[in-house]
Design a protein around this ligand. Structure first.
Ligand code: SF4
Length: 261
C-alpha cells in the first residue's frame, strides 16, 4: 500500500477550493465501508460507499472514523464495479464519506465501469466543498461532477442543523446535475430518517441523516449503558487532528459562492 506523498497531503489553507485529488494505486479506492441497500441517503433504494479521508473538520461530523486518509481499506475499483452491477433492485449509488472528491478519479472510473454493465445506475455524491469550488478543481473532479445526477454540497454546520432531506445543515444544497432528478426540489424537504442494519456477524450499523445534532453520541452512550461495545471515536479524532471548521470560514465560503449561477 503506497504511503501518501507530500504533494497529496490535504491543503488546509485551501479555503473554499476543492480538495486535492488523492490518487491511490491505480484502479483502487480507499473506502471506509459500503452498504448494499439504503433508503435514506438519496432517491429510491441505493448502494452507499463511504470513502476514507476528508481534509475538512466540521464540528459535529457524523463520520469521524472516515476522516484520516490513512484509514479504511484499499479496494479494487473493478471489484466494487462488479458489486454495484450485481446488486439486486437498486436505483443508484450514493458516494459519501469522507470526501468523495478527494478520490474523484477512482470514483469516476468506478461509475463508468458499473454503468457499462448497469446503464441506468444513478449517482449521487456528498461533498464538503461547494459546487463552484469543485468546478474549479482537477480534471478528475470535473469528470466526477459530469457523472453525477445529484450533489449535496458544502460543509456540515452544527449550528445550522435542520430536519432536511438527505442533508444535515441548511447551508448544504441538494443540487440536480442531470435531468434524472430535475424535479428534486418538489419533494418535501424533511429528513428521510435513519436506517439500522444488523450484519451477519451481529454487528450493528446505521445510516441516514438525523434530524437533530448529537444523535450519534447519544445513541452510542445509550448502547454503551446497555453493555454493547462501541468503537470509541477518540482514535479517529487523534489520528485526524486538525481544527474544527469555524462558522466564520463557512460564512466566508458562502459569501464567495452566493450569487454564482
Ligand atoms: S465534509 Fe465535514 S461532515 Fe463531511 S466528512 Fe468531512 S468533516 Fe465530516
Amino acid at each position: 500500500m503506497p504511503e501518501p506523498s507530500e504533494a497529496n497531503e490535504p491543503n488546509e489553507s485551501a479555503g473554499p477550493n476543492a480538495p486535492n485529488d488523492r490518487a491511490e494505486a491505480a484502479g483502487t479506492l480507499r473506502i471506509s465501508r459500503v452498504l448494499d441497500r439504503c433508503g435514506v441517503l438519496g432517491p429510491g433504494w441505493r448502494a452507499v460507499i463511504w470513502v476514507q479521508g476528508c481534509p475538512l473538520r466540521c464540528r459535529g461530523c457524523l463520520a469521524e472514523e472516515t476522516l484520516p486518509f490513512s484509514g479504511g481499506e484499499l479496494r479494487p475499483v473493478a471489484e466494487l464495479a462488479d458489486w454495484l452491477a450485481e446488486l439486486p433492485d437498486i436505483e443508484g449509488v450514493t458516494l459519501s464519506g469522507g470526501e468523495p472528491f478527494g478520490q474523484a478519479g477512482a470514483l469516476a472510473e468506478l461509475l463508468d465501469a458499473a454503468r457499462a454493465r448497469r446503464p441506468g445506475l444513478s449517482a449521487m455524491a456528498y461533498s464538503g466543498f461547494r459546487l463552484e469550488a469543485l468546478r474549479r478543481g482537477t480534471l478528475a473532479q470535473r469528470a466526477l461532477l459530469d457523472r453525477l445526477d445529484l450533489l449535496v454540497d458544502g460543509p456540515y454546520v452544527e449550528a445550522r442543523h435542520g430536519d432536511l432531506l438527505w442533508r444535515g445543515s441548511d447551508n448544504q444544497r441538494l443540487l440536480p446535475l442531470s435531468d434524472r432528478y430535475a424535479d428534486i426540489a418538489e419533494r418535501a424537504d424533511t429528513s428521510a430518517g435513519i436506517e439500522v442494519s444488523v450484519g451477519a456477524g451481529g454487528t450493528f450499523s446505521w445510516a441516514g441523516v438525523p434530524t437533530a445534532p448529537g444523535f450519534r453520541a447519544g445513541l452510542e452512550n445509550r448502547l454503551g449503558q446497555l453493555g454493547y461495545a462501541v468503537r470509541p471515536l477518540n482514535e479517529a479524532r487523534s489520528v485526524a487532528g486538525g481544527a474544527d471548521r469555524s462558522e466564520r470560514e463557512v460564512d466566508e465560503e458562502r459569501a464567495e459562492t452566493e450569487g454564482t449561477p
